[in-house]
Structure formats: C-alpha cells, structure tokens
Design a protein around this ligand. Structure first.
Ligand code: 4NP
Length: 151
C-alpha cells in the first residue's frame, strides 16, 4: 500500500492538520493510501492535537481530536513510502536520522517555504493561515506523488 508520514516538531499542530487533511482526501477519493504523522520532539507524547488545531480542522469538517502525538522513529523510513517535513528544521533533523524518501511540504505550491509553527504566535489566525497552506500543499503533493491514484 502507498503511504505517507507528515513530520513537524511537536506533532500537535501542523502535522496532525496535514494528517487530517490528507486522510479526508484519501477518504473522498476512495483510494488506499496510509497516512500518519509524527514529531521530531517528545514534549507532547500521547497528547491530542492542540485546541486551535482541533478547532480549525473541525471548521473544515475534519475531526483530528482522536490523534495522539508520537515521535518519529527510524522504522518509519522503511514503513512509509514518503516522509514529508513541514519545515526546514524538521527536514534537516530527518536527513540526519537517515531518511531518504524525504520531501518538504512547502515545495508543493509555496516555493519551498516553511509551514510556520502557529503554536508560538499569531493566535487563532495563524491556524487559519496554516490550514489553508497545508491544504493547498497536500493537494499538490498528492497530485504529484500519487498521480495514478488521484486521476
Ligand atoms: P507543531 O508545533 O510542531 O506544529 O506541533 C509545536 C507545538 C509545541 C511545541 C513545539 C512545536 N513545543 O515545543 O511544545
């Protein structure tokens, strides 16, 4: 089965949003692609996504409240066909860990930009912006990487 893992820092804001958006897309398309997310840090292990992430997702009809944070592990690089970093520091961390099947989400529609971390600034508006950036990039990523399935 084809598979994709989204990775950010805490796995409570950006990558759970990417996971929720991608899972909704997979369900709408009726295709078989496994989707998961993880963090490079371990501060929030086992926790649900932050309230603002849950809220902005639910405004778009996506329920991410049952997701739980976990840390990325070396086996992920074998188990997932594609690893997607949300920003440059995530990308560097994953490269250092030895990931090869690695891309950066912002390369799919945002000129390689980092998906900014809304946890530390911008209040709820930051989550609204980040949601639409992730949505655009996930759509483009799926068109490019899972072309046969999405046509
Ligand atoms: P995320 O945001 O990487 O988008 O999940 C973060 C949330 C919390 C922390 C870091 C990043 N933290 O250090 O607590």
């Amino acid at each position: 089965m084809q598979s994709v893992l989204f990775v950010c820092l805490g796995n409570i804001c950006r990558s759970p949003l990417a996971e929720g958006i991608a899972k909704a897309k997979v369900q709408n398309m009726g295709v078989n692609i496994a989707v998961d997310s993880a963090g490079t840090g371990d501060w929030h292990l086992g926790e649900p996504p932050c309230e603002n992430a849950v809220e902005v997702a639910s405004m778009h009809g996506i329920d991410i409240s049952s997701l739980r944070a976990r840390k990325v592990k070396p086996e992920d690089f074998e188990n997932f066909e594609l690893i997607v970093a949300l920003d440059e520091s995530n990308l560097e961390y994953l490269k250092q860990m030895g990931a090869q099947n690695l891309v950066k989400l912002g390369d799919f529609g945002y000129d390689g930009a980092d998906v900014p971390d809304p946890y530390f600034f911008d209040g709820f508006d930051g989550f609204i912006e980040v949601f639409s950036m992730i949505e655009v990039c996930v759509n483009n990523l799926f068109s490019v990487k899972f072309e046969k399935l999405t046509q």
